[in-house]
Design a protein. Structure first.
Length: 433
C-alpha cells in the first residue's frame, strides 16, 4: 500500500500540494517503515564485521569496480550472486544490525534494501528532514543501519545481497545505487560475554570547553586495542542523513576505520585532543567512548552530558542551506540553493563551506557564491563521493540571503551532484572585548 501511495505521489511530476504530501508521508511511514532505526547506544556490547571491496561483477566490463556493491532494479547490472559475512558468532546474541555506507545512486530509486539468506528484504533508512519525498534528493549515507531479525541469521556464514526498485521521480527507468562498505553489527548480552568496560573521565558532565580540549577515558576491565571517542552535538551532517544533532562519526568509502569523530586513542593515556575549532558554539553536548578490546568486542560507555563549547575570544556558527532543490545537479547548466546568514558580518574573521558531492572532480565543475566564483574544478572526485571543504573569502558573503550555485558543461557525461542536506557555511567571529 505504501508503495502505491508513493508512486501516485511521484510519477515524474508532482500531483499533490505540499501540505497533502506531508500528511501522506506520515501515512507512508506508518504503513511501510519495515525497519527499525538503529546504531549503538551507551551500555551496548557488540562486534562489527566489516566488508569492503568485492567488485560489482556487472554484466558489462564498464561497470566493474574494486570497491562497490552495485544494485540495479532489473538485475541487469546488479551484483551477481550473494556476498557473505564469514565467522559470525551468534552465541548470546540479543540484536543484529546491517549498516551500509552508500551513494544513493540515481535520483528517485526506491526501496533500497538488504536480503539475508533469502529471507524477506529489510529496507535501509531514508535520509531525514527533506521538504518532499526523500528519494527525490541526491544522497549518501555513511551509517544507514537497519535491524535484522535474528531468525534471518546463521552461525558462521551468512549470505546477503542488495536490491532496489525503480525510480519514482525524475525517472529514466534505471533504479540504481551502490555501496562502498557494509557492516554486520552483532549485539550481545553483556552479562553473558567477556567485554571491556570503562568510563569517560575528561570532561565531567556540565563542563565548559574551549578549543582543543583533552577527552579521556578510564578502562576498568579488559585488554584494550583502541578507544574511539564520539560525541552527540550540532554539526554538519557528514554521515548524510540530514540530522545535524546526532552522534557524529562516519565509515567513509572503503576505509573501515572510523572518521569524522572526536578521535581514536591507542596510547597508554587513553585520551585524545579534540580538534574542535570549527564545531559551533553550543550546549547539550554528549560525549561517550567505544572501547574495543583485543577480541574485537566493543563496549559503548555511558556519556557525560550537558557539555558546552564556549570560547573566550571567538565564536563559531554554522549556517545550513535552505531551499535545497530536489535532484540538485547539473550536466550542462546550473542549479542553486540558498544559505541564510541572519547575523551581521562586521566581526567575522574567517569562513568555510562544507558540502558532499558526487562526480565533482572535473575542470568544468564550478561553484559560485553570490555570483562570484568560489573555485573552479575539483569539487570532489569523478564518479565518486567526496567531502569538500573550501575557505570562503568574507567579501563574498552577505548578511541575509546567499546563493550557492553549481555549474557544469559536459554534455553526455555524468552530472555534477550535490547531496542532501546541501552545503553549509561556517563563520568564525571575534568577540567584543
Amino acid at each position: 500500500m505504501a508503495r502505491a501511495v508513493s508512486y501516485a505521489l511521484y510519477s515524474g511530476r508532482r500531483l499533490f500540494k505540499p501540505g497533502m504530501v506531508a500528511s501522506l508521508l506520515l501515512l507512508i511511514c506508518l504503513l511501510g517503515s519495515g525497519f527499525a532505526h538503529a546504531n549503538p547506544q551507551p551500555g551496548d556490547v557488540f562486534r562489527e564485521y566489516h566488508i569492503v571491496g568485492g567488485g560489482s561483477n556487472g554484466s558489462d566490463e564498464k561497470w566493474m569496480d574494486n570497491h562497490v556493491f552495485i544494485s540495479h532494479h532489473t538485475g541487469e547490472r546488479s551484483t551477481k550472486g550473494d556476498r557473505h559475512f564469514e565467522n559470525i558468532d551468534l552465541n548470546h546474541v540479543i540484536k543484529a544490525e546491517f549498516v551500509a555506507s552508500y551513494w544513493g545512486g540515481h535520483v528517485g530509486s526506491e526501496n533500497k534494501r538488504v536480503v539475508f539468506n533469502d529471507f524477506p528484504g529489510i529496507n535501509l533508512p531514508s535520509i531525514k528532514n527533506t521538504p518532499s519525498m526523500p528519494e527525490c534528493f541526491f544522497s549518501q549515507q555513511c551509517h544507514a543501519a537497519c535491524e535484522i531479525p535474528l531468525d534471518y541469521l546463521r552461525q558462521g556464514r551468512n549470505a546477503f545481497r542488495l536490491e532496489v526498485d525503480n525510480q519514482i521521480c525524475y525517472s529514466f527507468n534505471w533504479g540504481w545505487f551502490w555501496t562502498n562498505q557494509v557492516i554486520l553489527r552483532i549485539y550481545y548480552d553483556p552479562l553473558a560475554v567477556d567485554h571491556p568496560m570503562g568510563t569517560i573521565v575528561r570532561p565531567d558532565s556540565g563542563a565548559v570547553l574551549s578549543d582543543h580540549p583533552e577527552i579521556g577515558c578510564r578502562v576498568t576491565s579488559g585488554p584494550v586495542k583502541r578507544i574511539e571517542f564520539v560525541g552527540k552535538y550540532y554539526d554538519y551532517s557528514l554521515e548524510g542523513s540530514g540530522d545535524y544533532y546526532t552522534w557524529h562519526w562516519i565509515h567513509w568509502m572503503d576505509n573501515p576505520d572510523m572518521h569524522g569523530h572526536i578521535g581514536t586513542a591507542e596510547n597508554e593515556e587513553r585520551s585524545v585532543i579534540w580538534e574542535n575549532q570549527w564545531v559551533p558554539d553550543q550546549k547539550w553536548i554528549r560525549i561517550a567512548a567505544r572501547i574495543v578490546d583485543t577480541n574485537d568486542m566493543i563496549y559503548m560507555t555511558a556519556p557525560v552530558k550537558d557539555i558546552e563549547i564556549k570560547r573566550a575570544d571567538r565564536s563559531v556558527k554554522m549556517y545550513p542551506a535552505s531551499f535545497v532543490p530536489e535532484a540538485f545537479a547539473t550536466q550542462t547548466g546550473s542549479a542553486e540553493c540558498k544559505i541564510v546568514i541572519p547575523d551581521a558580518l562586521n566581526h567575522a574573521t574567517s569562513a568555510k563551506l562544507v558540502v558532499t558531492t558526487f562526480s565533482g572532480g572535473k575542470p568544468d565543475r564550478k561553484v559560485y557564491l553570490n555570483g562570484q566564483p568560489l573555485r573552479e574544478g575539483g569539487w570532489g572526485t569523478w564518479h565518486r563521493l567526496a567531502i569538500c571543504e573550501e575557505p570562503v573569502p568574507l567579501a563574498l558573503l552577505n548578511s541575509g540571503i546567499n546563493t550557492f550555485e553549481i555549474r557544469a558543461n559536459m554534455p553526455g557525461e555524468h552530472a555534477f551532484e550535490v547531496n542532501w542536506p546541501g552545503p553549509a557555511i561556517f563563520i568564525e567571529y571575534k568577540k567584543n572585548q
